[in-house]
Ligand binder design. Structure first.
Ligand SMILES: [Zn+2]
Length: 419
């Protein structure tokens, strides 16, 4: 095995060109992208991506949930491929970089290796995961979740969007029901490049985040039952006010997350009053709540404290009941030391400033990490802004991320020959 070409860079302008070109599929007036999963815009970018991968010499397969895999052969076909990629779907008012950078940088890695005449020992496999965003169909990250067996394929195919269209119907409508069984694509390891979607790298003027952990998450649905009665004639001591009870819970969530900070966050993101009226005391309130932490023991404490706070608040409210149901729980993700090490070495070798990081957002890589060695690379995004049309990242930072991806992949796959 020859020496790896230690400073080989990706083609920065070509990478940037693909980001701008694919941003036309679902472009919004404010410069963002609206490309809901399995929509016609998603079909367009998928067709583009498939053609680009095939033109780069890859064989593209699609599985029964529309997950796409572009295989570049290696010298040693007995090894499973090193996976790289992310997602091409966006939020309803999303940006040009979330997920897209990781997928297009993976394509750029293949193109760069082709140009340099480099064959790797292990094959490479560029992936585009279906419905990472979760805005059209729940759950988010469903393609990778089913891939690792968290959901059955039938379960996912039956999920409906707001119009009642199922995943199965949406896949058929855009021609992306693939023949490959979900979960059948082998990977030796997986590397996902992504924008940070947070403010840390930018604030510290660091170029590369070496992501070592992903936050654990608990989701709750809450239901408060009081009693609807006249806002004018019900004296204060006799009220069974569901909304006033809810307000205590919101403040408790904030206090609990602060108490376990800085590595804990808690959010009440949705609330509905069942029959809102300005002169009726709210009798029924439904809400959601979530907590996140990268530490398993903190996540457990958040759960315990939340349950205790809810019980205490309910006990102090005569005639009001509070039910909370935990609807989802994911333990913190700890990425693979070998893949983390390869990313750090690649960043160091290329002279990029870097720091270890925790991912605040969820990613396909978290799902994959339950089945294979995985880690992630972050690059800065402007003002930490994401899931927004104004999401922005510089060409230099995107290129740096792609270069680190290239050299991480080379280190994991091994170089068979260098021109
Ligand atoms: Zn993403």
């Amino acid at each position: 095995m020859s020496e790896k070409p230690s400073n080989l860079p990706v083609n920065s302008d070509r990478l940037w060109g693909t980001i701008l070109e694919t941003a036309t599929f679902g472009a919004t007036p404010k410069g963002g992208v609206r490309r809901l999963t399995l929509s016609q815009e998603d079909r367009k970018v998928r067709d583009w991506f498939k053609a680009a991968c095939e033109a780069a010499g890859c064989t593209v397969t699609v599985d029964a949930l529309g997950n796409m895999f572009a295989l570049r052969p290696g010298r040693d076909p007995s090894r499973a491929p090193i996976g790289l990629g992310s997602h091409l779907d966006t939020q309803p008012t999303g940006g040009k970089f979330d997920g897209i950078l990781g997928t297009l940088a993976a394509l750029e890695v293949v193109r760069t290796l082709n140009d340099a005449g480099i064959e790797t020992e292990a094959p490479l496999c560029v992936a585009n995961w279906t419905n990472e965003e979760g805005s059209r169909f729940a759950p988010a990250m469903m393609g990778s979740a089913a891939f690792v067996g968290d959901f059955t394929v039938e379960n996912i195919l039956g999920r409906k969007d707001a119009e009642g269209v199922t995943v199965k119907e949406a896949l058929e409508a855009i021609g992306y029901v693939g023949a490959a069984p979900v979960g059948s694509q082998p990977f030796e390891a997986f590397v996902e490049l992504h924008i940070e979607q947070g403010p840390i790298l930018e604030a510290e003027s660091k170029t590369i985040g070496v992501v070592e952990h992903g936050q654990g998450i608990v989701w709750y649905d809450g239901h408060i039952t009081g009693f609807e009665s006249h806002a004018g004639s019900t004296p204060m001591p006799l009220r069974r006010d569901a909304l006033a009870t809810f307000s205590q819970i919101v403040l408790a969530v904030e206090a609990i997350a602060r108490k376990h900070g800085p590595d804990a966050v808690g959010t009440v993101g949705e609330v509905t009053i069942a029959n809102p009226s300005r002169n009726v005391i709210p009798g029924e309130v439904n809400f959601t709540c979530e907590f996140r932490s990268p530490h398993a023991e903190i996540l457990k404490s958040l759960e315990t404290d939340f349950a205790a706070a809810v019980a205490e608040i309910a006990a102090g409210r005569k005639g009001v009941t509070v039910e909370i149901e935990q609807v989802w729980r994911k333990d913190p993700t700890h990425f693979d030391p070998k893949v983390i090490g390869a990313i750090r070495e690649a960043a160091e070798g290329l002279g990029y400033s870097n720091r270890p990081m925790v991912s605040g957002a969820g990613h396909d890589a978290f799902n994959l990490a339950t089945r294979m060695p995985v880690a992630m690379i972050f690059v800065p995004c402007k003002d930490g802004l994401s899931h927004n049309e104004l999401e922005d990242a510089t060409q230099a930072d995107c290129t740096a991320g792609a270069n680190v991806l290239l050299h991480t992949v080379l280190s994991l796959a091994g170089v068979a020959n260098a021109a």
